[in-house]
Ligand binder design. Structure first.
Ligand code: NAD
Length: 502
């Protein structure tokens, strides 16, 4: 049996279970049907129906928010070491079921197994990392004055809403939910309607690992219905959102009446800037990895290549040769790099840029084609002869599609890099240290890597500027979002008290 056949046979057993039961909402440790009925989740690999999914609405969100509110005091007050133990159990259980998670994720999202196997393990790491921080989450500072011993403490903000997108949904859900639980918050999770399988596995794993009922509730459904109700619910104190920039703006509006704290991780049109003094072999590897891995359906992908004019021809020629060799195929084939795009609407959007590129006067130097009719497959694509005013350089395509733009010098490179509504990541390739210092200082992005692809280190801040988001995750930054700061001043003696009317 080939590896692909072997993986398909394992997947078939896993899917039978979903086909038999569908995916219910999970509220206070119980399964609930959706108050708005159900919808079907479709595999992008062959457009087949995977299973039915409960379609939640405001009534289900209300039930889940109430469950999260009821469970909050006991979870908040649980001794830190007990809470830490449960989070570590969740991490262990994710690791034990990593293969199952990865196979389901590939079938539901179209992402290649080689990346989703790592993403499942990263989900376990997220839990382990924040479990280790549970005991210090409430730590504050002393800020002494001559008369007062001022101390700060932190307390969990309360029930939090977590809304996640369809790309790498498992990893992103753990990235949001693990710190919320570590802080002592309870959670209502609204997964993306296009890829709900792994969210179901995740909440099950958490409950089996000892998480008390109601601490983590999952309501499936559509954004304008279940998602909106979550943002508007008065018992939910904060919304952690990952998704498109225009949805992020809606989240803020919907949360305004109840004065929600919001954390927004949004889209990007991230530049990778390659100067002629860089290590061009490594730069080439990184350019390819950062746009063609994870189907390019990745917020941190470097979708704009800014290449210095004097090395452009040679670099693009090498790029075209490599891009044409990237394997597009079945996501469960271990050799596959690019699987199908998530679904029909997104497929139409991504492929529409093939015509837009031509209309704008760019050249399709590689790809620019779909593949077969069975699923939503596209060839990895490279646009050359582009400039930064073209739509292919300004809009987030969110697929395996790279736009190459040349620049003369550092001043022009910086101007092009910053000429975008977004500001999530930037990647700089140069061996000139002082240029790297100047450039990174002025580059408008929340995260920048110099002479490297994107390598996440969990204690560092993750987030974007401009239309790419508000707020930061990672390390202690996650706790700043999920916790309230409190100041308490203790008088150290009988200092003068202001007297009125004495
Ligand atoms: P999306 O904004 O369409 O949907 C994200 C989630 O929001 C889904 O669960 C959806 O149901 C929900 N939603 C939609 N409308 C809503 C509303 N009115 N109220 C509440 N919830 C609503 O995004 P998507 O298409 O699922 O994901 C792709 C986008 O996510 C891309 O733009 C990508 O860059 C971005 N993304 C950003 C990051 C990051 O960390 N910055 C990470 C991954 C993805």
């Amino acid at each position: 049996m080939s590896s692909l056949e072997n993986n398909l046979s394992k997947l078939s057993d896993l899917l039978n279970r979903f086909r038999a039961t569908g995916i219910a909402n999970r509220i206070a440790g119980q399964d609930h049907p959706g108050s708005a009925g159900s919808f079907e989740t479709i595999s992008p690999v062959d457009k087949s129906v995977i299973c039915s999914v409960a379609q939640g609405n405001a009534a289900d969100i209300d039930r889940a928010a109430q469950a999260a509110k009821d469970a909050f005091p006991a979870w908040r007050d649980m001794p830190a070491l007990e809470r830490k133990k449960i989070l570590l159990n969740i991490a262990d259980a994710i690791e034990a079921r990593a293969e199952e998670i990865a196979l389901c994720e590939c079938w539901d999202t179209g992402q290649a197994l080689r990346f989703m196997s790592k993403a499942a393990i990263r989900g376990a790491e997220n839990f382990r990392f924040f479990a280790d921080k549970v005991t210090s989450a409430r730590d504050g500072q002393t800020l002494q004055s001559p008369t007062l011993m001022n101390v700060t403490t932190r307390t969990p903000i309360g029930p939090a809403g977590v809304i996640t997108p369809w790309n790498t949904p498992f990893m992103l859900s753990t990235w949001k939910i693990a710190p919320a639980l570590a802080a002592g918050c309870t959670v209502v999770h609204k997964p993306a309607e296009l890829s709900p399988l792994s969210a179901r596995l995740l909440v099950e794993i958490a409950e089996e690992a000892g998480l008390p009922p109601g601490v983590w509730n999952t309501v499936n459904g559509f954004g304008e219905d279940a998602g909106k109700a979550l943002c508007e619910h008065p018992a939910i104190r904060a919304i952690a959102f990952v998704g498109e920039s225009r949805t992020g703006s809606l989240i803020q509006k919907q949360g305004a009446d109840t004065l929600k704290r919001v954390h927004l991780e949004l889209g990007g049109k991230n530049p990778v800037i390659v100067f002629d003094d860089a290590d061009l072999d490594r730069a080439l590897d990184a350019v390819i990895f950062m746009i063609y891995s994870i189907n390019g359906e990745r917020c941190t992908s470097s979708s704009r290549l800014l290449i210095q004019e004097n090395i452009r021809e040679d670099f693009e020629a090498r790029l075209i040769e490599r891009v044409n060799q990237i394997k597009v195929g079945h996501p469960l084939d271990p050799d596959t790099v690019i699987g199908p795009l998530i679904g029909e609407e997104h497929f139409k959007k991504v492929t529409s840029y093939f015509d837009i590129a031509k209309e704008d006067g760019a050249t399709i130097a590689a790809g620019g084609e779909t593949l077969g009719n069975e699923g939503y497959f596209v060839r990895p694509t490279l646009f050359t002869d582009a400039n930064n005013d073209m739509r292919i350089a300004r809009e987030e395509i969110f697929g395996p599609v790279l736009t190459s733009i040349s620049f003369k010098d550092e001043v022009e490179a910086l101007a092009i890099a910053n000429d975008t509504p977004y500001g999530l990541t930037g990647y700089l390739w140069t061996n000139d240290l002082t240029r790297a210092l100047r450039f990174t200082d002025k580059l408008e992005a929340g995260m920048i890597w110099v002479n490297s692809e994107n390598v996440r280190h969990l204690p560092t801040p993750f987030g974007g500027v401009k239309a790419s988001g508000i707020g930061r995750d990672g390390g202690d930054w996650s706790f700043e979002f999920y916790m309230e700061q409190k100041h308490i001043g203790f008088a150290m003696g009988d200092h003068h008290i202001s007297q009125l009317g004495a």
